[in-house]
Ligand binder design. Structure first.
Ligand code: PHE
Length: 448
């Protein structure tokens, strides 16, 4: 067993930045823009924001509270709050989800890493950025190489531990990403023809909405906030009793949402200005943003910095995914950190090979009309995370009890006070809303 002292974040701000590091990642820029584009823009964004506020925030506080109370990984946490019951399976579902997400996340992060190098001198006006993206992902070896490189970076950080590894990285780099994003917004909005993109992004057309729109918006809220699979249980387990939970979570949700909204302003005006299709799928950010950089002075330098920072944002998310698996092996199986990080990193690399090859060798393979990467993404983001969130809210509302979450969330008291209202939210609103959207969304996606 692990008999060492459990590590803790060095300060409240350390925790907030690490949790924000987990939340802010490819989900805010790459995934947010491509799903919003596919789901018709503004109306989707509107539903997404409601999901963040009504479901995402309370659930984030719940997960952090579970982690802090038990000081355990997700499986251990459910075991310790409900011993001798099958509730630990919810934790196990989280560990499984971490595998699935990280295996395709690393593929896309690998694209970002590759683009960091491509940026140098490569982003000039008039190039066919769609063609460049397609030739990158349809190559057999390069995506594998970058996927491996990204996994190695992730496991090296995790192997070096919570504070030295995770916290140090999250602190300095996020503000820089934010600044570059702002510059991109300004450039995007001032391109000729940007207005149509702003309209797409801000003028909702509710006639196009279906169960699939709701499911995708809910799934995106879970994905972007790192909810529904125990990442925040794990991070909460390293939070000291001296720090408040409810306000910290508020900061994380606020920062994450701001980055996503800004990314939309950086991408959609430009999509329309270059005459690209907003429903273009997974390549949206990778095709549009280089075209914007090409129109900027020092575009190569900005492009380089942007993709470098996007890769780092992805890295601070990827480590939170790997940490879930590694914390479980350390706490429950008594493994040492280095061995757990290396072996799991290797396994996730292998599980990531099918989506890596999904545009080359395996390009013929489709599942319900989706390619392999889309399938991993849809399954984990839109099904497994909401399912994990549904079960977590039932657990918190009826087994561990709302009162226990309220006590933990208010200890010590913060500006956002958890009162009785939380009981209604966790017992009724969350299970009913998530359950309904899951069922309706699955029917509307696969049957209609
Ligand atoms: N929130 C991360 C992002 O938006 C992805 C993630 C999902 C990380 C689930 C951890 C757990 O990129």
């Amino acid at each position: 067993m692990n008999n060492g002292h459990r590590e803790q974040w060095a300060s409240r701000i350390g925790f907030i930045l690490a949790a924000a590091g987990s939340a802010v990642g490819l989900g805010n820029i790459w995934r947010f823009s491509y799903v919003a584009g596919e789901q018709g823009g503004a109306a989707f964004v509107f539903i997404y924001l409601i999901a963040i506020l009504l479901i995402g925030y309370p659930l984030m506080v719940t997960e952090i509270a579970i982690g802090r109370k038990t000081q355990k990984n997700p499986i251990g946490a459910f075991k310790s709050l409900a011993p001798d019951t099958p509730w630990w399976i919810v934790g196990a579902l989280g560990v499984l989800t971490a595998f699935v997400i990280l295996s395709f996340y690393s593929v896309v992060a690998g694209w970002s890493l590759a683009y960091t190098f491509k940026a140098f001198g490569g982003f000039v006006p008039g190039l066919d950025y769609e063609g460049i993206f397609i030739s990158h992902i349809t190559d057999v070896y390069m995506p594998i190489f970058w996927h491996a490189a990204f996994m190695i970076l992730t496991l090296v950080i995790i192997a070096s531990g919570v504070v030295k590894g995770i916290q140090r990285w999250s602190k300095v780099l996020m503000p820089l990403l934010f600044a570059i994003l702002l510059a991109l917004v300004v450039r995007g909005l001032t391109l000729e023809g940007a207005g149509a993109g702003v309209a797409f992004y801000l003028t909702p057309d509710f006639t196009e909405i279906s169960g699939e729109t709701f499911l995708t918006a809910l799934g995106q809220a879970f994905f972007t906030l790192s909810l529904g699979m125990g990442a925040l249980i794990t991070y909460g387990s390293y939070l000291s009793q001296k720090e408040n939970v409810s306000d910290s979570a508020g900061w994380v949700v606020g920062m994450d949402t701001l980055v996503a909204l800004l990314a939309g302003f950086a991408i959609f005006p430009a999509v329309f200005a270059i005459g690209f299709d907003p429903a273009g799928g997974v390549g949206l950010a990778f095709i549009t943003l280089p075209a914007v950089f090409a129109e900027m002075p020092l575009g190569g330098l900005f492009g380089f910095l942007f993709f470098l920072l996007l890769t780092i944002a992805a890295l601070t998310s990827a480590i939170s995914l790997l940490e879930v698996v590694v914390a479980w092996l350390i706490d429950e199986k008594g493994w040492d950190r280095l061995k757990a990080s290396m072996l799991m990193g290797l396994i996730i690399f292998v599980v990531g090979l099918p989506p890596t090859l999904g545009y080359s060798v395996l390009s013929g393979v489709t599942i319900f009309g989706m390619d392999i990467l889309d399938t991993y993404d849809f399954l984990s983001g839109n099904i497994l995370l909401p399912l994990g969130g549904l079960l977590t809210s039932i657990f918190a509302g009826y087994i561990w009890r709302a009162k226990s979450v309220i006590d933990e969330a208010n200890n010590p008291k913060g500006k956002i006070v958890f009162g009785q209202w939380y009981g209604y939210v966790i017992q009724y609103l969350l299970p009913l809303a998530i359950g309904a959207v899951l069922i309706w969304g699955i029917i509307s996606t696969f049957i209609e």
